[in-house]
Ligand binder design. Structure first.
Ligand code: 5RP
Ligand code: MG
Length: 219
């Protein structure tokens, strides 16, 4: 089990505000995500600007693509993304097309797991070459009271066994991390916990402390 990374999700409604947070936090996180909200608001410029602002960082286009996998992947990777998300409800053909373009750019597709999906879907994704998935508790589900539970942990383990590296997200805070201590986590993705904090650098340090405590010094 390697040590989980920390990903900053930028779900701002203005690129300027997102870039202010990146300026503060880019040295405190491993991965930067152009969030769905930011990308819907600011379009491809969000990716281009973030790529320019942090040239050495892994940059995620969290587009949750459902169709037109080839065209959208072409746009995302050409604008500077390293990884792009595809929603689990997308047809396998969309995933295959997106994956093909990702490979041409040396990038990767991440499957976003919301709502309805099965372990057979996960096996299909893995069979066509996908190696990452994001286990997601949606904002709205969280707001209506959805908690993490044993069923989530069991599904996370099953996904790892299939061979998918898992990132975990959805209102995650440093205090939540012990729940996932037995899971092989690629990255914790945090948006509001970091971007909404008065002292975001301190919250990032708290995430890293927890990660070191729970996963040790594995690299
Ligand atoms: C929502 C997202 C968010 O980027 C992700 O959930 C992280 O944000 P937060 O920590 O604020 O939940 O993709 O669909
Ligand atoms: Mg996101």
């Amino acid at each position: 089990m390697s040590r989980p990374l920390l990903q900053l999700a930028l779900d701002h409604t203005s690129l300027e505000a997102a870039q202010r947070d990146v300026a503060r936090l880019q040295d405190h996180v491993d991965i930067v995500e152009a969030g769905t909200i930011l990308c819907l608001t600011e379009g491809l410029n969000a990716l281009r600007a973030l790529r320019q602002q942090c040239p050495g960082k892994t940059l995620v286009a969290d587009w949750k693509v459902a169709d037109a996998g080839e065209t959208l992947a072409q746009q995302a990777f050409a604008a500077g993304a390293n990884w792009m998300t595809i929603i689990c409800a997308a047809p396998l053909a969309t995933v295959e097309k997106g994956h093909q373009v990702a490979r041409e750019y040396g990038g990767e597709i991440q499957m976003e797991l919301f709502g309805n999906w099965t372990l057979n879907d996960a096996r299909d994704w893995h069979r066509i070459g996908i190696r990452q998935a994001i286990y997601h508790r949606g904002r709205d589900a969280q707001a209506s009271g959805q908690q993490w539970g044993e069923a989530d942990l069991a599904r996370m383990k099953a996904l790892s066994d299939i061979g998918l590296a898992l990132s975990i997200t959805g209102g995650i805070t440093p205090a939540d991390l012990p729940l996932f201590k037995d899971i092989n986590v690629k990255a914790f993705i945090a948006g509001r916990a970091l971007a909404g904090a008065a002292q975001p650098e301190q919250v990032a340090a708290d995430f890293h402390d927890q990660i070191r405590t729970l996963w040790g010094d594995r690299s």
